[in-house]
Design a protein around this ligand. Sequence first.
Ligand code: HEC
Ligand code: HEC
Length: 308
Amino acid sequence: MAEQTQPADMSRWPLVIAGGFFLIMLAIFVVAFIVLSGEDTGMDADDITETAYMDIVTPLLVDADPERGREHFQRYGCTACHGNQNLAPAVDVMIASAGERRPPMQAVAYIYESIIYPGAFVVPGYQNNMPRTYSDTIDEAHLGDLIAFLSGVEAEPAPEIPEDDPLSIETPSGDDATDADEEFALSADGNVILTPALIREYEDLAEFLLAGANPERGPELVIEYGCSVCHGDLAAGILAAGYAEMGQMAAERRPPLSAAAYLYEAIIYPRRNTVEGWDDNMPDDYAEMISTVDLGDIIAYLLTYADE
Ligand code: HEC
Ligand code: HEC
């Protein structure tokens, strides 16, 4: 046959090339396998150590400012629980004990863990009620500021948390201020007076948001966005009204606003109107966090209670 007539060394070439290929592929495969399996096991629960936290926390603290942290603490609604010692540890207690709660963890690593993995350690005497959503909702710069504030970096005397004076909660200045640049006339009780332009704006936006909205996603979304921390079954009536009540009352809360327009204002501009009987603790940065689709679905969900 033709092959047998070829010189022996020529006929081995295809074999040598195929073998070389195989070895190269094997090497790539082994390297990829080692790299990938390394990634998989890199951050197991057991491995989340103080060192791992410090690797994340140290860069966060580079430009951190405890004074800004204090503002974020109000703005993210932390004061809703941490302003009441029965619900959560008070700020001065947190600052004083952060370095001792979980030795050998340093204060900053412990605070980081408390905010991002709240269930990892529950302070004795309290329920495991710290919201689980902050890893998604707090951006890195704000997180650094909060850690600086709560670990007592350049500690100042424990801040005063305004309790019955909601209007003294300042909107932080800077590009992330939502409402600061607009001026509105206020009524005697401190709420923004509705103008025809404002009413039209809310009604138009609510109509736009509700077109095609899916109320069935609501129950999932209110958990995802952390609303249930204050409005869910466990907190309703203690921290804020529950969903059914909000839906049922929406049409009457702020005449002449329709229920949908009212809910839009209440979620996106919570500082413009405060429901009587509650502290003004509703977070005011949902405008930056909720997509229009999700907002429409949440409003549609709350409105399902309006017909009951
Ligand atoms: C719904 C109520 C609630 C809200 C809102 C809340 N927390 Fe907490 N937090 C708790 C409770 C309850 C504890 C104590 C139980 C635990 O350790 O999980 C706690 C514990 C902590 C601790 C550890 C305290 C200590 O003394 O060791 C830190 C730090 C903390 N929270 C920071 C924050 C920050 C920052 C925010 C806002 C971004 C926030 N919390 C919002 C309820 C809340
Ligand atoms: C940290 C606690 C907290 C969180 C989180 C929170 N709220 Fe609120 N919310 C409040 C409080 C307190 C009030 C009542 C004071 C006010 O009107 O601002 C309120 C008021 C409201 C109102 C008007 C209620 C009424 O009875 O007329 C609506 C609607 C509302 N919230 C929806 C939401 C939605 C939707 C989310 C999530 C996207 C959310 N809230 C997250 C605390 C919270």
